[in-house]
Design a protein around this ligand. Sequence first.
Ligand code: NAD
Ligand code: LMR
Length: 329
Amino acid sequence: MAKTPMRVAVTGAAGQIGYSLLFRIASGDMLGKDQPVILQLLEIADEKAQKALKGVMMELDDCAFPLLVGMTAHSDPMTAFKDADIALLVGARPRGPGMERKDLLEANAQIFTVQGKALDAVASRNVKVLVVGNPANTNAYIAMKSAPSLPAKNFTAMLRLDHNRALSQVAQKTGKQVKDIKKLAVWGNHSPTMYADYRFATIDGQSVKDMINDDAWNRDTFLPTVGKRGAAIIEARGLSSAASAANAAIDHIRDWVLGTNGEWTTMGIPSDGSYGIPKDVMFGFPVTTENGEYKIVQGLAIDEFSQERINKTLAELEEERAGVAHLLK
Ligand code: NAD
Ligand code: LMR
């Protein structure tokens, strides 16, 4: 028997990431090749953005995806998020000329307050929310705090791109394949302060740390390469990462919904206090997922270097949180 269609809301649907993301959702890459989907697409009311969105929808039509059973365009989150099972919050205000980080935080805080309230009012009570728009962790925190009637655990931020970047760097360094790397994780904020951690990682049961055996490479090459990868892509392409970001969003939701079969991945999730991260801070953790729920991998030893890195990325998140606290009153 055919499955009931799932409603997937996507914001910023006419943007760069949207253009890579929507076609893969509609082709079944995210929720499975037997799962019909309805796309509920949100863009700003601006005439040009809505026109561009219509163009993307024309192309989606022209793909004749068998799994795409419905599609609507919106400029109001209250209609876009109606009964949504999945919400991908991609649209955000980009940093403009002369804009300070604080201005960016405030502009986005407004967007994510409104969208959090709309999710609270109209989305499925089981909605799974992924925030991609930057600053992703703090935007996810704001949306979560603006949706008090939804479980906090339904709100997540995208650290998966950092996770995937780290996997590729480790594969290149060891000469092994990405698919064979297990138990890698990224802690903290989606920003250059994130801490990609391969201390527990294995390849064919062998310790990656022992294989690499080079703390200087970890500190001076690996962590800066992963942490500054977003900026390196902007420098090379003249635009921020889009296809790899969309791919990471697909990976994040697929693993959350369909499970990791005991393997680790990284998700930005509201802390439950594990590893000394204060409750509710939206933090990248190693997780496993099963039956649509994620669980933090517990009991990992945190050495002095790792603790320093975790403290640094936590301090940045707490600073961002303090910067928007007045908007959440
Ligand atoms: P883009 O500018 O190409 O597209 C963003 C779209 O969002 C635009 O079409 C814009 O009109 C729309 N938008 C803006 N405000 C909106 C709102 N309130 N409601 C609905 N739509 C809105 O940008 P992009 O390249 O697609 O990137 C989107 C965001 O994702 C940026 O914030 C970017 O920094 C972030 N990003 C995050 C990661 C990550 O790993 N977390 C990776 C790459 C990019
Ligand atoms: C990325 O990591 O590619 C994005 O968050 C874009 C950026 O500004 O770094």
